[in-house]
Write a protein that binds this ligand. Sequence first.
Ligand code: ZN
Ligand code: ZN
Length: 572
Amino acid sequence: MKPKRKFTKDFYEIQRQQWQKSLFLLLILFVFYFFLAGFVAFVFLVSIGMLVPGFSLFTGGTWNDFLLVNLIVSLSIAAFHFYDARYHGARFIRKRLSAESPDTDDVYHKRFINTVDEMRIAAGLPKVTPYIISAFAINSMALMEADKSPSIIVTEGLLAEFTREELQAVIAHELAHIIRGDTFYITLVCSLANSFERLRQMSEPQEATQGQIGEVQESAGGNPLVYAATSISSVLMHLLSTLISRQRELMADATAVELNRNPSALARAVYKAHVSNSFIGDFSLSYSPLFIVPPRSKNISDGLLSRIFNSHPPLMKRVRHLAEMVPASPKKIIDDVLEIRKKREKARFVLHSKEETTTGEKKAVDSRDAVQPKEEGVWCVRNPKGKWIGPFTLEKLLSLRFFTSRIWTKNIQEGIEATAGEFPQIRTGLRNLYQKKPVNPKRYNKCPRCRTLLIDIFYEGVAIKSCPSCGGKLVDSALIGRIIARREVAFSDYLVEKAAGFRENFLENPAGMRKINKEKSQDIYCPLCGSRMQPRPFTYHYIVPINKCFWCHKTWFDTDELEVLQLLIELR
Ligand SMILES: [Zn+2]
Ligand SMILES: [Zn+2]
């Protein structure tokens, strides 16, 4: 209980100190604007003085007025800037990094929420909000929000790569920053830099600022004066954060160990984040001091120059400090990282293809040629050119581009011709579609290939729907990245072979690709909302053919397709 009380007391004490520190920042801002605004006005007035005879800045009264106006102007700009940074900064940073609230249906996210909660209670903090950046990179940061409550942000890649102990260690490190008050100060400094950036964005032409968050928004246009001013001030902010940043990381590491008593896990975490990709986007560089490791950690040498200009202490210095607390040698830490990686690799659950049976013989199960209860189309329709086409199934009929309830239709089974709207079956089907249900409600939640009832499972910690008979998978399109980032399942030799075959036959062979596209041409309909799923390649790099529902944002993977995709990316 003792350490808890100690931290709680420290926390409020440190907050008070932080307030004093931030007043110091306000003063620096004021001085900065005083000289900047003063210089600009001075140049302006002097040039007027050259044009207008009799006007001089250097007659007593004018000079005093000039100073007074400059004082008021720069004080107001500084105050406004400070206020903007304090109350909009953290949210803006989160938005730029696309940090979002964790998904409570996700195993990894849930573990993150729980770990943050456990550790925040142990540290005696009233509220800490967790956020996740959906990036493969490994990094973390803490922010101080406008309501004075802190938040902790980690990347998806970190959640996938780190063991429970390492995750705890990282959270302890971020909590240490919060408790020590670094978070308050650094959030403020980075937010001040933010305001300049936003100003620069605003001064740029509209299209440039319309870009998506996360895109690099570099543009030569805009007001050169604003551009120059913001560039100078960006450098100033960068220096402000760099000066205090390096010692701060070592101190936070030490406090984290006090909180969590696991220096080796933190050493491993820092090492792993450093040597893997920790880069989140160009814009993340201006937030460098906020992160646990610098976003460009891979390219940083331990040389003299980098020692002066980097926001973080060199990797091996941090690892050495932490290793001393274990005590162990830094080499032991690195060996442990490799050892744990090997162990995790071995612990992966080996996934077999539906095509492999226990006896080892290959059974052809492929959702694409699954024996679908053959459904004869009975609907013919007159297309806009007046030609009869069909027969179609009801689902296909309703998904025709030119379909309206006024169109002339024939039911070849009953031998009736009428406008589509006159058939009760069509009206019911349309109503279901409008209500975002499958045309035939009995197909709700059933495999679009073999009509087996889909079951809810966790795959790589992600909640998905899977067909127990053909192995097809329905995944929320936004969550595919998580599945790719995680390494819980391993793949049978058969699947590895299949992926290799796929690469040879299709990725390196456009003709084969066309063939597979043709195979996929059979229409399937979203088992949740009934709209026709569009066949698409996964990405331009990985042209694994998948089917997408653009209405409810689901992706259908046929037998082994998701596994093949994971393998192709894993073995790239
Ligand atoms: Zn199926
Ligand atoms: Zn859908």
